[in-house]
Design a binder for this molecule. Structure first.
Ligand code: FMN
Length: 220
Protein backbone atom coordinates (compact mmCIF):
# COMPACT_ATOMS: atom_id res chain seq x y z
CA UNK A 1 0.00 0.00 0.00
CA UNK A 2 1.40 3.42 -0.90
CA UNK A 3 1.75 6.24 1.59
CA UNK A 4 -1.00 8.25 -0.16
CA UNK A 5 -3.36 5.26 0.00
CA UNK A 6 -2.52 4.84 3.66
CA UNK A 7 -3.27 8.47 4.41
CA UNK A 8 -6.77 8.03 3.03
CA UNK A 9 -7.53 5.44 5.71
CA UNK A 10 -6.47 7.84 8.47
CA UNK A 11 -9.33 9.59 10.22
CA UNK A 12 -8.97 13.21 9.14
CA UNK A 13 -8.28 15.61 12.00
CA UNK A 14 -6.82 19.08 11.73
CA UNK A 15 -3.14 18.93 12.60
CA UNK A 16 -3.34 21.54 15.35
CA UNK A 17 -6.14 19.62 17.08
CA UNK A 18 -3.94 16.54 17.00
CA UNK A 19 -0.99 18.22 18.67
CA UNK A 20 -3.13 20.08 21.19
CA UNK A 21 -5.25 17.04 22.11
CA UNK A 22 -2.36 14.65 22.62
CA UNK A 23 -1.79 13.96 26.30
CA UNK A 24 0.13 11.26 28.05
CA UNK A 25 -2.61 8.80 28.93
CA UNK A 26 -1.95 6.35 31.74
CA UNK A 27 -5.34 4.64 32.03
CA UNK A 28 -6.59 2.54 29.11
CA UNK A 29 -9.67 0.56 28.12
CA UNK A 30 -8.27 -3.00 28.33
CA UNK A 31 -10.90 -4.29 25.87
CA UNK A 32 -9.57 -2.27 22.93
CA UNK A 33 -7.33 -4.18 20.53
CA UNK A 34 -5.46 -2.55 17.66
CA UNK A 35 -5.21 -4.99 14.74
CA UNK A 36 -1.82 -5.79 13.26
CA UNK A 37 -2.97 -4.21 10.03
CA UNK A 38 -3.83 -0.93 11.71
CA UNK A 39 -0.65 -1.02 13.78
CA UNK A 40 1.33 -1.44 10.55
CA UNK A 41 -0.42 1.61 9.11
CA UNK A 42 0.49 3.65 12.20
CA UNK A 43 4.11 2.50 12.00
CA UNK A 44 4.32 3.17 8.27
CA UNK A 45 3.12 6.73 8.78
CA UNK A 46 5.38 7.22 11.81
CA UNK A 47 8.33 6.10 9.72
CA UNK A 48 7.86 9.11 7.44
CA UNK A 49 9.83 10.93 10.18
CA UNK A 50 13.20 12.34 9.16
CA UNK A 51 16.43 10.56 10.13
CA UNK A 52 20.13 11.24 9.76
CA UNK A 53 21.15 10.42 6.17
CA UNK A 54 17.67 8.85 5.84
CA UNK A 55 19.10 5.69 7.39
CA UNK A 56 15.87 5.08 9.38
CA UNK A 57 17.62 3.20 12.19
CA UNK A 58 14.41 2.74 14.18
CA UNK A 59 13.01 -0.73 14.80
CA UNK A 60 9.77 -1.51 16.61
CA UNK A 61 8.89 -4.45 18.78
CA UNK A 62 5.12 -4.40 19.21
CA UNK A 63 4.19 -6.19 22.40
CA UNK A 64 0.47 -6.93 22.35
CA UNK A 65 0.17 -10.36 23.94
CA UNK A 66 -1.22 -10.22 27.46
CA UNK A 67 1.41 -12.68 28.65
CA UNK A 68 4.27 -10.55 27.34
CA UNK A 69 2.74 -7.37 28.74
CA UNK A 70 2.70 -9.07 32.14
CA UNK A 71 6.35 -9.93 31.66
CA UNK A 72 7.12 -6.30 30.79
CA UNK A 73 5.15 -4.86 33.74
CA UNK A 74 7.84 -5.19 36.45
CA UNK A 75 10.57 -4.20 33.96
CA UNK A 76 8.63 -0.96 33.38
CA UNK A 77 8.44 -0.37 37.14
CA UNK A 78 4.85 -1.61 37.47
CA UNK A 79 3.35 1.15 35.36
CA UNK A 80 -0.31 0.17 34.96
CA UNK A 81 -0.57 1.33 31.35
CA UNK A 82 1.67 -1.56 30.32
CA UNK A 83 -1.07 -4.02 31.27
CA UNK A 84 -4.12 -2.06 30.17
CA UNK A 85 -2.97 -0.53 26.88
CA UNK A 86 -3.72 -2.34 23.65
CA UNK A 87 0.02 -2.64 23.00
CA UNK A 88 3.36 -1.40 24.16
CA UNK A 89 5.69 -0.49 21.33
CA UNK A 90 9.38 -0.74 22.13
CA UNK A 91 11.27 1.72 19.96
CA UNK A 92 14.75 0.36 19.34
CA UNK A 93 17.74 1.98 17.68
CA UNK A 94 19.63 -0.21 15.23
CA UNK A 95 23.30 0.47 15.97
CA UNK A 96 24.13 -1.23 12.66
CA UNK A 97 21.42 0.54 10.71
CA UNK A 98 23.95 1.73 8.16
CA UNK A 99 23.97 -1.84 6.84
CA UNK A 100 20.63 -1.03 5.20
CA UNK A 101 22.07 1.98 3.38
CA UNK A 102 22.44 0.00 0.17
CA UNK A 103 18.79 -1.02 0.24
CA UNK A 104 17.56 2.48 1.12
CA UNK A 105 19.61 4.23 -1.56
CA UNK A 106 18.86 1.43 -4.04
CA UNK A 107 15.15 2.16 -3.55
CA UNK A 108 15.81 5.84 -4.31
CA UNK A 109 17.59 4.84 -7.54
CA UNK A 110 14.74 2.51 -8.56
CA UNK A 111 12.23 5.29 -7.92
CA UNK A 112 14.23 7.61 -10.18
CA UNK A 113 15.11 9.99 -7.33
CA UNK A 114 18.85 9.64 -7.66
CA UNK A 115 21.41 8.43 -10.21
CA UNK A 116 23.03 5.09 -9.31
CA UNK A 117 26.47 6.71 -9.11
CA UNK A 118 25.32 9.24 -6.50
CA UNK A 119 23.64 6.51 -4.47
CA UNK A 120 26.79 4.42 -4.55
CA UNK A 121 28.93 7.27 -3.25
CA UNK A 122 26.41 8.05 -0.45
CA UNK A 123 26.34 4.41 0.61
CA UNK A 124 30.14 4.17 0.73
CA UNK A 125 30.40 7.42 2.64
CA UNK A 126 27.79 6.55 5.28
CA UNK A 127 28.96 2.99 5.73
CA UNK A 128 32.52 4.21 6.26
CA UNK A 129 31.41 6.99 8.59
CA UNK A 130 29.20 4.85 10.83
CA UNK A 131 31.55 1.89 10.93
CA UNK A 132 34.32 4.16 12.26
CA UNK A 133 32.21 6.06 14.84
CA UNK A 134 32.59 5.37 18.56
CA UNK A 135 29.59 3.30 19.78
CA UNK A 136 28.37 6.13 22.04
CA UNK A 137 28.17 8.48 19.03
CA UNK A 138 26.18 5.91 17.07
CA UNK A 139 23.87 5.47 20.09
CA UNK A 140 23.38 9.21 20.33
CA UNK A 141 22.50 9.43 16.64
CA UNK A 142 20.02 6.56 16.66
CA UNK A 143 18.48 7.94 19.87
CA UNK A 144 17.78 11.26 18.16
CA UNK A 145 16.16 9.48 15.22
CA UNK A 146 14.27 7.22 17.64
CA UNK A 147 12.91 10.27 19.47
CA UNK A 148 11.69 11.82 16.23
CA UNK A 149 9.91 8.68 15.07
CA UNK A 150 8.40 8.23 18.54
CA UNK A 151 6.88 11.70 18.46
CA UNK A 152 5.53 11.12 14.98
CA UNK A 153 4.08 7.78 16.07
CA UNK A 154 2.23 9.42 18.97
CA UNK A 155 0.76 12.10 16.70
CA UNK A 156 -0.30 9.55 14.07
CA UNK A 157 -1.94 7.52 16.83
CA UNK A 158 -3.84 10.60 18.06
CA UNK A 159 -4.93 11.45 14.52
CA UNK A 160 -6.42 7.96 14.32
CA UNK A 161 -8.23 8.36 17.64
CA UNK A 162 -5.77 6.48 19.84
CA UNK A 163 -3.90 7.63 22.91
CA UNK A 164 -0.32 7.04 23.95
CA UNK A 165 2.23 7.62 26.66
CA UNK A 166 5.98 7.62 26.05
CA UNK A 167 7.89 5.76 28.75
CA UNK A 168 11.54 6.17 29.58
CA UNK A 169 10.83 4.54 32.93
CA UNK A 170 11.97 0.99 32.34
CA UNK A 171 15.09 -1.05 32.98
CA UNK A 172 16.77 -1.20 29.58
CA UNK A 173 19.16 -4.02 30.43
CA UNK A 174 16.39 -6.18 31.90
CA UNK A 175 14.18 -5.40 28.92
CA UNK A 176 16.83 -6.53 26.43
CA UNK A 177 17.43 -9.69 28.39
CA UNK A 178 13.77 -10.59 28.93
CA UNK A 179 12.81 -9.99 25.29
CA UNK A 180 15.96 -11.50 23.73
CA UNK A 181 16.96 -8.26 22.04
CA UNK A 182 20.28 -8.68 20.22
CA UNK A 183 23.01 -6.19 21.25
CA UNK A 184 22.69 -4.50 17.89
CA UNK A 185 19.37 -2.94 18.99
CA UNK A 186 19.38 -0.32 21.75
CA UNK A 187 16.08 0.21 23.58
CA UNK A 188 15.20 3.90 23.32
CA UNK A 189 11.62 4.24 24.50
CA UNK A 190 8.45 2.33 25.26
CA UNK A 191 5.17 3.73 23.97
CA UNK A 192 1.90 2.44 25.38
CA UNK A 193 -0.93 2.81 22.86
CA UNK A 194 -4.68 2.24 23.10
CA UNK A 195 -7.91 4.05 23.91
CA UNK A 196 -8.08 6.17 27.04
CA UNK A 197 -10.29 4.99 29.89
CA UNK A 198 -9.48 8.26 31.66
CA UNK A 199 -8.02 11.38 30.06
CA UNK A 200 -4.41 12.36 30.69
CA UNK A 201 -3.72 15.08 33.24
CA UNK A 202 -3.54 18.54 31.75
CA UNK A 203 0.03 19.85 31.66
CA UNK A 204 1.48 23.25 30.97
CA UNK A 205 4.42 24.45 28.94
CA UNK A 206 6.95 27.16 29.66
CA UNK A 207 6.22 30.43 27.86
CA UNK A 208 8.18 30.88 24.65
CA UNK A 209 10.29 33.68 26.17
CA UNK A 210 11.75 31.12 28.61
CA UNK A 211 12.76 28.68 25.88
CA UNK A 212 13.56 30.61 22.72
CA UNK A 213 16.07 33.29 21.87
CA UNK A 214 16.77 35.07 18.64
CA UNK A 215 20.33 35.36 17.39
CA UNK A 216 22.01 35.25 20.80
CA UNK A 217 21.75 33.06 23.87
CA UNK A 218 21.56 34.74 27.31
CA UNK A 219 24.84 34.79 29.23
CA UNK A 220 23.55 32.31 31.81
C1 FMN B 1 11.55 10.63 27.32
C2 FMN B 1 10.26 10.59 28.09
C3 FMN B 1 10.10 9.63 29.07
C4 FMN B 1 8.88 9.54 29.77
N1 FMN B 1 8.71 8.53 30.66
C5 FMN B 1 7.50 8.37 31.24
C6 FMN B 1 7.26 7.23 32.04
O1 FMN B 1 8.10 6.36 32.24
N2 FMN B 1 6.02 7.11 32.59
C7 FMN B 1 5.02 8.01 32.38
O2 FMN B 1 3.94 7.82 32.91
N3 FMN B 1 5.23 9.11 31.60
C8 FMN B 1 6.44 9.29 31.02
N4 FMN B 1 6.64 10.35 30.16
C9 FMN B 1 5.54 11.29 29.89
C10 FMN B 1 5.77 12.68 30.49
O3 FMN B 1 5.57 12.64 31.87
C11 FMN B 1 4.80 13.66 29.79
O4 FMN B 1 5.08 13.70 28.43
C12 FMN B 1 4.91 15.08 30.36
O5 FMN B 1 4.54 15.11 31.72
C13 FMN B 1 4.02 16.06 29.59
O6 FMN B 1 2.69 15.61 29.59
P1 FMN B 1 1.89 15.35 28.24
O7 FMN B 1 2.64 14.27 27.48
O8 FMN B 1 0.53 14.87 28.68
O9 FMN B 1 1.84 16.60 27.46
C14 FMN B 1 7.83 10.46 29.49
C15 FMN B 1 8.02 11.42 28.48
C16 FMN B 1 9.20 11.47 27.77
C17 FMN B 1 9.33 12.48 26.67
Amino acid sequence: MSVSQLSQTVEEQPFFNVIQDRRSVRSYDPNVKISQEEMNEILQQAALAPSGANLQPWRFLVIDSQELKQKLYPIAFNQQQVIEASAVIAVLGDLEGYKLAEKIYGMAVDAGYMPAETAKSFVERYQGLFASMPPETVLQKVSIDGGLVSMQLMLVARAKGYDTVPMGGFDQAKFSEAFDIPERYAPIMLIAIGKAANPGHPTLRLPVEDIAYFNEMPKE
